[in-house]
Structure formats: C-alpha cells, structure tokens
Design a binder for this molecule. Structure first.
Ligand SMILES: Nc1ncnc2c1ncn2[C@@H]1O[C@H](COP(=O)(O)OP(=O)(O)OP(=O)(O)O)[C@@H](O)[C@H]1O
Ligand SMILES: [Mg+2]
Length: 595
C-alpha cells in the first residue's frame, strides 16, 4: 500500500490547485456527510425504543402512556428519515456541482497547456490521445478528487465515531466485529493492483480509439480513394475490443471484490449477532440494545466498505490522473526565457550561426548541420534545394516553431530566444507550404493573422492575393462558411486565401513557402506582381521549386546536406557552375530535377 499511497499523494499534490478554490464547498460536503451519519445513527433508536418500552417490559421514564409514546416515536421516525433524505440530496447536489466545476477548471488548464506545448510535443503524440486526456480522463479523476476526498475523510471520522460508540455499548461485541477488518485489508490488496492494470489498458485504448477515429476522419479522402474502409473499421475494432475486454475484466474483478466484501461482512455480522443473542438470553443486554448494536455494526461496516471501495476507485482514477499530470507537467521546449523581452520594432536582419538541428533529439539524423548565413534587412532571399533539404525547417527555426540544438538564430543581431515568442511571431508572416484554413467564414479566415481587421482591409488583401473574384462568386461571398480545413475550396483557392491572410499583416519578415504551388499560370503571375508590393521593404524568404521565379531575388541560398552549399545572385551562381547552375540548366531544358 506504500507505493499506492505515494502515488495518491503526488497525484493529489498536482490536483490541489483545482481543489483549493472549492475548499469551503468540500468542507460543507464533509459536514453534510457527517450529518447524514448522525441521522443514520438516530435511525435504529425509534425501533429500539418501541421494542423495549412499548412492546417490551421496561418502564417508560416519562409521564406518558405507551400509546402516546408510540405516536411520538413514529413522528420522530418520519422526521429522522425526511431529514436524512434531505441532507443526502443536498450533499449529492453539492458534490456533483463541485465535481463539474473542477472538471471545468481542469479542462481549461489542460487546453491551455495543449497550446503552450510546441510542435515537437504534438508531433510525437497522437492527436486522439491528447483529446481524450482533455475530455474523458478529466471526468475519471473528478470522482477521485471530489467524491473520494470527501468520502474518505468522512468514512474515517465515522469509523472512529462508530468505534467509540460501539466500544461504549459493548467492548466484547466490538472486538468481535473487528475480527473481520484484517480480511478486508487483504481483499483490497489483492484486487487493487489487478484493477489498476486493467484501467491502464482501458485508458490507453480509449486514447487509441480516439486517434484511430480522428486519423480516419481527417484522412477520409485517402480512405475512400484507396477503398480502405474495412481496414479502418478493423483497426478501430481491434483497439475497441482490447478496451472492452479490459473493461469487462475490471468489472469482473470489482464484482468478485464485492462478493468477498459481502462474505467478510456477513460473517462478521453473524458472529456479532450470535454472541449478542447469547448475551440477550443471559440478560446482559436488552433486545433494543441488540437491534441498535447490529444496526451500528452495519453503519460501522459501511464506511469500512466505502474506504476499501475507494482504495480501488482511487487506484483506477489515478490511471487517468497520471495521464492528466503527464500532460500538465509537460514542459514546452520553446518558451520565453526568463530574460526574454518583447521584440522592439525589428528591421529584419536575419542570421543563422552554425545552427544544428534535428527533429528528434536522439534517433533522427541532423537536418541542419552547421547552417550559416546572413541576410540584410529588407532583402529578398530565395531558399533553394532538393526536396527534404531543410528549406521549410530553416523558416520554422526562424519563427521559433522549434529551437536548434546547437548554434544561434539571430534577428537584428539578437538571439531569437531573447525575444518573447509572441512578439517574435508577431514580427513574422508565414505563408506555409500547406495552407491551414479553419471552419469559419472566408473573411474570418483571412483575418486570422490580424484579428479585428476591417472588411475593407480584408477585401483589399483578397484582391492582392487574386482571391477576390472567386470569393465574390461564392454563395455568401466573404461570409461563406468554409468546411473544416477549408476543404470546400480548391487547392489553388485555399492557397490564395492563405496568401490574402499574409497580405493583411504588416511585418518586417515574410516567409513564403512555395506560395505558387497549386496556382495556375495566370494566378501565379498575378500573385507575383502583387507580392512585389507585399515584399517591398521586408526581409522576405521565398521557397520555390521553379527557379525562374527566384531569378531576381537579392540572394539565393542553396541548401545541401544541412548547410548552405552556395550563395549569391542568380547570375553569380549560374556562372560559378555549381549545384544551382546544374539545377537551373535542367529546368531550362524542361527536365524537372524534382526539386
Ligand atoms: N515534423 C518533422 N518531424 C520529423 N522530421 C521532419 C519533420 N519535418 C521535416 N522533417 C525532415 O526534415 C528534413 C527536411 O524537411 P523540410 O520540410 O525542411 O524539407 P524541405 O526542404 O522544405 O522539402 P520540400 O521542398 O519537399 O518542402 C526531411 O528529411 C524531413 O523528413
Ligand atoms: Mg518544404
């Protein structure tokens, strides 16, 4: 149990921040639970009084007749049971309210964390698993936190109270009742670990199920095109079945545990009843006292059962608790350093100094192996290199989507880590290789990079990106709701909305990762003309596979083997006869070297 307790403790220490604001509510719930016990304690007395004073032979210590006493007792009975119900109902309501509020806060914190964490964290994990942590694991720990804390607390108090009362009534019978306790402990020990094991499987599989669904639904197009529906269903079934069998297993374990509790409790009660009956026969106690004692024995056993059930329940909830803590405790690798300050108005001078980077710290080979270059503020730079050379990676490091393992990335002569992440990203506009649109109206999608942009600004940006025409033709124009990931648009249209989004932002640094992929010749040319305006005075990184598009930039960086292999203007590079010259020659001959 030592290990279990330690786990419970660490878990609780992570969760106390969520309980603290509800301290008073929890305390009230505890008091209500004790009150409930109070009413339960009173419950056997009316019957005992009837047995002894109305039906039995004891003399009534009050100046009333047996009839009157009986009526009084019956009224008492109604009062007690009504009060007991009312208190129970209120306590349940209170606990459920506290639980739901805790879930709300915890989800909030988890979702915040999801956004704090970087691409490295999310890249290494399955989306569905993260989603289940935020949605369903939170619900699992609700019972751990709220119900268990209150129930365990009150059970302890009740146990002690009951023990005192029972000892006062009859020490020998109490000792007899306690004989069963060690067996309870053994039963708990035996089943707890098995339950936790199953619960781990259940929770992990729930995450896997969500991931399978999420992947298949997101990639539904590929699933249909390759007619893989049945395989997807099988994949789902497998995870689902594993979860099912672990769940059923754990129910079986709980059922066995419950039977065992029944046996232990039954034997305990039988022992007590047997010896108590002997004592009644011997005249040591009255029949009323016997009923009270047996009733109290039930009350004594019930918190004991609650406790042992809670030990199992806590074990199960801890599995979810650990999954939540795992997420809560994850530290984003890209975050503001303690001495970070907001970037001042940046000019846009960019430099990489011996930058080494790999996406995975251990296994993966380095993508950048000593990347070195310098770019003047306001100049236009092309990143060229074969597919997988690391062009997109360079831009990701500039925007601090990842941090390099070695070397420095500088903007205006300062390490980008010295700026706050937000202020750095506010200074950079990114047209990513794959447009990222949301389920929102076209206008909202364009304004994503500049919240609060006016309608005129949005339309102007769309015009510059060559998107205005097709947007106007849509049923509701700028107010048309796009489907998820903007899939109701064609690839080229998505690209143009994405460019319009960039046109709206006025930042010193601009990154265009193949802005013309997916555009027809006419649109590409339109965009090309407009982005002369867009790029004027900004440090612009253009990644393009078609080299004729980058001919007139100020500087071309040719990436190879994770380094800058060549740099210079188009003319310089062509005349030097290196890699760029070869690639360019191939494209000119119409043979695309698959850049
Ligand atoms: N998120 C990622 N996780 C792990 N490896 C990655 C990730 N993104 C890219 N890589 C790897 O890093 C290398 C460089 O990728 P990058 O996207 O920078 O290439 P690129 O030059 O932009 O290629 P392309 O022209 O095809 O867009 C590739 O070998 C790729 O496999
Ligand atoms: Mg790329």
């Amino acid at each position: 149990m030592g290990e279990g307790l330690r786990r419970t403790k660490t878990a609780l220490s992570h969760f106390t921040p969520f309980l603290r604001p509800r301290k008073r509510g929890l305390f009230l719930a505890l008091v209500l639970l004790l009150l409930e016990t109070g009413t339960s304690l009173a419950q056997p007395w009316p019957l005992a009084l009837i047995l002894d004073y109305v039906l039995g032979t004891e003399t009534i210590p009050l100046p009333v007749s047996g009839q009157v006493l009986l009526v009084g007792i019956v009224v008492l009975l109604v009062t007690i049971s009504t009060a007991s119900r009312a208190v129970t109902a209120f306590r349940r309501y209170l606990l459920s309210k506290l639980g739901q509020e805790t879930v709300f806060d915890m989800r909030d914190a988890l979702y915040r964390k999801v956004h704090d964490l970087g691409l490295d964290y999310h890249g290494a994990r399955r989306t569905g698993d993260t989603i289940t942590r935020v949605t369903s694991d939170v619900k699992e720990v609700r019972s751990l936190l709220v119900d268990s804390v209150v129930e365990v607390g009150s059970s302890f108090l009740i146990l002690i109270g009951m023990l005192a009362v029972m000892l006062w009534m009859s020490p020998s019978l109490t000792a007899l009742a306690l004989v069963t306790v060690p067996f309870l402990f053994l039963a708990v020990r035996r089943y707890r670990l098995a339950l936790i094991e199953r619960m781990r499987v259940v929770r992990a599989k729930e995450g896997a199920i969500a991931s399978v669904i999420q992947e298949a639904v997101t990639g539904i197009r590929a699933v249909k095109i390759f007619a893989r529906e049945n395989d997807e269903i099988d994949r789902f079934r497998k995870e689902s079945r594993d979860s099912l069998s672990a769940s059923v297993d754990s129910s079986l374990i709980e059922a066995k545990f419950s039977v065992l509790l029944g046996i232990v409790g039954g034997v305990g009660t039988a022992l007590v009843v047997y010896f108590a009956a002997l004592q009644v026969l011997a005249g040591t106690i009255s029949v009323g006292e016997l009923t009270v004692f047996v009733a109290y024995l039930g009350l004594f056993l019930s918190p004991l059962w609650t406790l042992s059930r809670q030990v199992n329940q806590i074990g199960k909830s801890l599995v979810s608790g650990e999954r939540i803590i795992d997420l809560l405790a994850a530290e984003p690798t890209v975050k503001d350093s303690p001495d970070a300050r907001p970037a001042p108005a940046l000019e846009g001078r960019v430099a990489f100094e011996d930058v080494h980077f790999s996406y995975d710290d251990e296994a993966a080979p380095e993508v950048l192996r000593g990347m070195d270059f310098e770019v003047e503020a306001g100049s236009r730079v092309a990143l060229v290199g074969v597919s997988g050379a690391g062009k997109t990676t360079v831009t990701s490091l500039l925007a601090r989507l990842y941090d390099p393992q070695g070397g420095r990335v500088l903007v205006d002569g300062e390490d980008v880590k010295r700026y706050t992440v937000k202020s750095l990203r506010d200074a950079i506009t990114f047209v990513p290789q794959e447009p990222m649109l949301f389920r929102a109206t076209v206008a909202e999608n364009i304004a994503y990079g500049k919240p609060g942009a006016s309608m005129e600004e949005i339309e102007e940006a769309a015009r510059l990106a060559g998107a205005d025409d097709f947007i106007r033709e849509m049923p509701e124009g700028y107010e048309t709701l796009l489907s998820e990931r903007g899939e109701s648009l064609s690839g080229g249209q998505r690209q143009r909305v994405s460019i319009a989004r960039a046109m709206l932002r006025d930042t010193p640094i601009l990154i265009l990762d193949e802005p013309q992929a997916g555009l027809d010749a006419e649109a590409a040319e339109a965009v090309e003309t407009h982005w002369r305006t867009l790029t004027a005075g900004r440090t612009t990184f253009v990644i393009a596979h078609e080299l004729r598009l980058v001919k007139d930039v100020d500087k071309i960086l040719v990436l190879e083997d994770g380094r800058v292999a060549e740099e210079g203007t188009h003319d310089e590079l062509v005349s030097s006869g290196g890699l760029y010259a070869r690639l360019y020659a191939l494209q000119e001959q119409g043979r695309d070297p698959v850049l």
